[in-house]
Design a binder for this molecule. Structure first.
Ligand SMILES: NC(=O)c1ccc[n+]([C@@H]2O[C@H](COP(=O)([O-])OP(=O)(O)OC[C@H]3O[C@@H](n4cnc5c(N)ncnc54)[C@H](OP(=O)(O)O)[C@@H]3O)[C@@H](O)[C@H]2O)c1
Length: 287
């Protein structure tokens, strides 16, 4: 960890997932507020790159989490999805460890990055988030759940589903998704981590408009190919993904195609006092 120590009376914030899609924006925005915080990283070299105080710990190592949470008042709980092991997302075990350690350390509030409409009959990390939310709600901790739709960043990380020739391809149909810029999710997290403690609440976060993937492809300047679920399954299996996982991914695509992620909320504006970025503004900021 870099040199600074927690001063008495300061409300220290610990940021997990600090090197990730939301985390990178979050550490920058938190630094601007002057609020005392530190980033949790697995690799000290990555912590040094962040340019803020950091602590080296791992969600898979309970003792390291106990040490990292010492003196912490608020925890930003965020970690990436990984392939499930024996049907269980590692995220459930990892974030359970963090919640248990937070309780033991006397943390007062956990702000959790969750997912859009977490529910028990969902698949992939959406179901994992539902499980973790239940646990957090049942704990003695105050909580805030950030429930974002898909991140605009997915179209840069490849999660949006591109072919080798660069076309945006998937069984999207004409379904619309109110994608959000991770930058705006981070801005919401800052408000909750630095504001006064209130009622525990869930925040459904979206961008300002719901776009069809054909429109997104046009904005990205690439061709769009709407695949049938069968064709999409073939493509995903050809990429080496196991059959059961392909089935879970198709569940997510079907949800998007059926407009399950098309609702636009005013929550970002209500929380941070400005409109969330449009897709065009996102592209301009990352061009
Ligand atoms: N992508 C979307 O559209 C979307 C939409 C809604 C919700 N979400 C949720 O957003 C969250 C973030 O997803 P993402 O794909 O954007 O990932 P990410 O934030 O880019 O990366 C994951 C972060 O978790 C950290 N991490 C992973 N395993 C860890 C461990 N064992 N101990 C400590 N830190 C660990 C990583 O640190 P290292 O640098 O050490 O790897 C990294 O900072 C996920 O929970 C996802 O379900 C995603």
């Amino acid at each position: 960890m870099s040199a600074s120590r927690i001063k008495q009376g300061e409300r220290m914030i610990l940021v997990t997932g600090a090197t990730g899609t939301i985390g990178r924006h979050l550490v920058r925005a938190l630094a601007e507020t002057g609020a005392p915080f530190r980033a949790l990283v697995r690799d000290a070299a990555r912590g040094r790159e962040l340019g803020c105080d950091f602590v080296v710990a791992d969600l898979d190592e309970p003792a390291s989490m106990a040490a990292a949470l010492k003196g912490v008042d608020r925890l930003l709980l965020n970690s990436g999805g990984a392939l499930p092991v024996a049907g269980q997302q590692p995220m459930v075990r990892q974030q359970t460890t963090a919640i248990d350690a937070a309780r033991a350390a006397g943390v007062s509030q956990v702000v959790k990055v969750s997912a859009w409409r977490p529910r028990p009959d969902a698949k992939l990390s959406v179901r994992a988030h539902w499980q973790i939310e239940q646990l957090l709600k049942a704990s003695s901790l105050q909580w805030a759940m950030l429930q974002p739709t898909g991140y605009m960043q997915n179209f840069f990380t490849g999660e949006g589903g591109f072919t080798h020739s660069g076309a945006l391809a998937g069984p999207y149909g004409a379904g619309r998704v109110a994608y959000i810029d991770a930058y705006d999710v981070a801005a919401c997290a800052v408000v909750l981590l630095t504001g006064s403690l209130g009622i525990s609440k869930s925040y459904a976060l979206t961008g300002p408009q719901a776009l069809a993937h054909e429109e997104i492809a046009a904005k990205l300047g690439v061709p769009f190919r709407d695949l049938s679920p069968r064709k999409a399954a073939e493509k995903l299996r050809a990429q080496g993904l196991p059959g059961w996982f392909v089935g879970d991914l198709l569940w997510l695509y079907a949800d998007m195609a059926a407009d399950g992620m098309s609702q636009v909320t005013t929550t970002v504006r209500d929380l941070i006092g400005r409109a969330p970025r449009t897709f065009d503004e996102f592209l301009a900021a990352n061009g």
